[in-house]
Design a protein around this ligand. Sequence first.
Ligand code: PGA
Length: 245
Amino acid sequence: MKIINLGSKELASFYVACELFKQMDYSPDSKLGLATGGTMTDVYQSLVTLLKKNQIDVSQVTTFNLDEYVGLEPEHEQSYHYYMDDILFNQYPYFNRQRIHIPNGDAVDFEQEARRYNQLIESEGPIDIQLLGIGENGHIGFNEPGTSLESETHVVDLTESTIKANSRYFNDESEVPKQAISMGLQSIIKAKRIILLAFGEKKKQAINDLLNQPVSKDIPSTILKTHPNVEIYVDDAAAPDLKNS
Ligand code: PGA
């Protein structure tokens, strides 16, 4: 696992956008695992700039989003469908819609939807680059503390900590969905390369825990220690304590 402090969100996001851009440019049939949340906004903005300036063909790229809230239809402004359209797919409208995959938060049967999504990743994967944020409680995707390390795509109950953290995007905490469909920890670590981003002081503890605690379902992010190809990019505020300072 490699951790690099790139100083600021802006620089780290630009660096990661370049990595995504190169992946698609070199391998037009790339499979990308995409994440949402406040952490990722600048990554997609920089990526859109690079895509527009270079006009690369993304029609053969396949994308899988990590998660979606249960009960939010794709048009809902806080759904991750809406987020992705707004920030990437509508900005560079040359992705093939048939190859864009996001769990359906408006499904009739969410357990079945989770199984369908898992099978899709199994049959279309492996993912070349999986983007990840991290929760203040150490979650990756919506895999909350206590999630089985063996989990595949599943329906999760969001913890109070996550509901509170994500309430900043809603009018009121009571509007935050209580459940989500999330790629599981096993689904995530099947990716060939994983890039995790963390910015701001609120993420510092989660980064310290990821680096220093043993692999345990109590801190879901620690499963990344079992993967051979993980990079973590942070800003100054989220950077771990250095041994020699
Ligand atoms: P954030 O969420 O980017 O909105 O902080 C990250 C996460 O919870 O994984």
